[in-house]
Design a protein around this ligand. Structure first.
Ligand code: NOJ
Length: 576
């Protein structure tokens, strides 16, 4: 219950939060000289529809040099594991030089690798080794803001006449100690910080150390677009665009309306981010980034927190010329194991004009293992969730550790918190350390993550939930993930089939088929803790029964009646 409450608070936090996208100039000249590589010209232009993406939080994945922090060479060393798991592309959260105030989401140089993660040569080796295994690399592009230590901001702050002044959002206050308007930072406090040297305020949707770029300035746009060219030319296959909604602000700086009485975890008024998120100008930028992506057969994934599918739909672009993969957080935010709620959300996103993108966990939210788990059947429930989002019509983005059933382990003492929002919001907001703990590779010291002192403590569950031990246990969460991913890769109906809901009135069992030209697969998921038997009604679709392809718990089928144990899974090839 406490966890659920914690989650609710985080949900509010995230809903306020979500927003930003893309953002530069002096690079233009330099980059213009480089021709796009067009390396993938002959490849399937829709590779991202059938790829399985895997998010890596580099600090926490694998440490190759014993400093307690994961790094690029660590990732390279684990590529065989990722290949065997069934991953086609990895998204690495920001690994660029950064003061690490927001653990990399405060970039001080977009064109390099932070020494704590390695070098550009290490990055090139990662790309090359990944390519040998047909794994693509996706980078995280922090488009809304830079670090306050970025040379652009340092110059911008140096004087009102700086060449870079207008690269950020500087405004006069409304009087002594009065910021330009009432906007609050999603990480707490005013969204404006006063700079005594130049006597103006600068705007930051996130921390004060993350000043917002001024995307209305064409120089910013050119420089940031060139950043993507730089990395495409180094072999990356696309970008996850951070906080897309927050790119633009109302030029008149209208005050945001109060959305609810009271205060949030940081003691700030609860405002609707009406005038500083989701402005229509965002879409012009997305179209520009997409043009560049298309020259490189690249993919754009969006951190798109939306209130409904109509809003999500806009991110694909009117001519499907914006994001290929805007994340459907509405699906992710079905925060209970509820067949009707998932059914409703899946149906809604299937009506969208673009290809669905499913996530169930990431580095900002409580892990799915805990959000859906009941504390007793968590492994079985983790398999239900895997069977669900890995068999839907759409692209899944996994989060490291989800495949072994890693649990969220938040700090218990304020002094142990690393994520700044956890210190300022304590105890209501404990921050995001809990979902960022080191990957559990084996049952040895430090779970095999590091030979040094891990930057975050290793959860006790590493003894039971780790890659080495689960690989030897056919009934483990990991082995289940591998089997579903293998099915997804090899079964044409799971690749190309439509989404056909079945048995739609059922409160406990979520059933659907993926039906393609050559056949179909049925997926039946018991989202309750008691056995269930359901009639699928597949005769209306031209099938009589199904042959078991993969199941979990006691599952059987007789004609079109499927029986499932508590939190059971049945996946079967439909037969005529
Ligand atoms: C969203 C990222 O996922 C989060 O981790 C980060 O703190 C904010 N954007 C700011 O960049």
């Amino acid at each position: 219950m406490a966890q659920r409450r914690g989650w609710m608070q985080r949900t509010k936090q995230l809903r306020l939060w979500i927003a930003a996208i893309i953002s530069g100039a002096c690079l233009s000249g330099m980059m213009a000289a480089q021709k796009p590589a067009h390396a993938h010209e002959t490849e399937d232009a829709t590779w991202w529809k059938h790829a399985v993406f895997y998010e890596i939080y580099p600090r926490s994945f694998a440490d190759s040099n014993g400093d307690g922090i994961g790094d690029l060479n660590g990732i390279t060393a684990k590529l065989d594991y990722l290949k065997e798991l069934g991953v086609d592309a990895i998204w690495i959260t920001p690994c660029f030089p950064s003061p690490q105030v927001d653990f990399g989401y405060d970039v001080s140089d977009y064109l390099n690798i932070d020494p704590m993660y390695g070098t550009l040569a290490d990055f090139d080796r990662l790309v090359a080794e990944a390519k040998k295994r047909n794994i693509r690399i996706i980078l995280d592009f922090v488009v809304n803001h830079t670090s306050d230590q970025h040379p652009w901001f340092i110059d911008s702050k140096s004087s009102r006449t700086s060449k870079f002044r207008d690269w950020y959002i500087w405004r006069d206050g409304r009087g002594p100690n009065k910021p330009p308007n009432n906007w609050v930072s999603t990480f707490g406090g005013s969204a404006w910080t006063y700079d005594p040297k130049t006597g103006q305020y600068y705007y930051h949707f996130f921390y004060p150390q993350q000043p917002d770029l001024n995307w209305r300035n064409p120089a910013v746009k050119n420089a940031m677009f060139d950043v993507t060219r730089f990395w495409y030319n180094r072999g990356v296959a696309g970008f996850r665009l951070d906080a897309v909604d927050t790119l633009f602000e109302d030029p008149n700086l209208k005050n945001n309306p109060i959305s609810k009485p009271g205060k949030n975890a940081f003691g700030d008024p609860i405002l609707e981010n009406k005038y500083n998120t989701k402005l229509p100008e965002v879409h012009d930028i997305l179209r520009g980034l997409r043009e560049i992506a298309d020259e490189h057969n690249g993919v754009l994934i969006g951190e798109t927190w939306t209130t409904d599918v109509a809003e999500l739909d806009k991110y694909y672009g009117e001519k499907n010329n914006e994001l290929q993969l805007p994340m459907d957080f509405l699906f992710c935010m079905v925060n209970k194991l509820s067949a009707p709620e998932f059914r409703k959300q899946i149906a809604a996103v299937n009506e969208a004009s673009g290809w669905p993108t499913f996530v169930i966990s990431n580095h900002d939210i409580v892990r799915s293992y805990d959000r859906y788990g009941d504390g007793v059947h968590n492994d079985a429930i983790a398999k239900v969730m895997a069977a669900l989002y890995l068999t839907l019509r759409g692209t899944p983005i996994m989060y490291y550790g989800e495949e072994i059933g890693m649990k969220t382990t938040p700090p218990t003492r304020q002094e142990d918190v690393k994520d700044p929002i956890g210190r300022t919001g304590w105890p209501k907001e404990k921050g995001r350390d809990g979902e960022r703990t080191p990957m559990q590779w084996n049952g040895d010291r430090n779970a095999g993550f590091t030979t040094g002192t891990p930057w975050l403590p290793i959860p006790e569950t590493f003894k039971t939930h780790n890659v080495a031990d689960e690989s030897k246990d056919p009934s483990s969460v990991l082995e289940f993930y591998k089997k579903v991913l293998q099915l997804r890769r090899t079964n044409p109906a799971l690749r190309y089939g439509n989404y056909t809901p079945l048995n739609e009135g059922d409160a406990n069992v979520l059933a659907y088929a993926r039906i393609g030209q050559t056949g179909g697969v049925v997926i039946v998921l018991n989202m309750s803790g008691v056995p269930q038997t359901v009639r699928l009604g597949i005769n209306t679709k031209g099938f009589v029964s199904a042959q078991n392809l993969l199941s979990s718990g006691a599952a059987s089928i007789k004609a079109d009646r499927v029986s499932l144990g508590p939190y059971g899974v049945f996946i079967g090839q439909l037969t005529r």
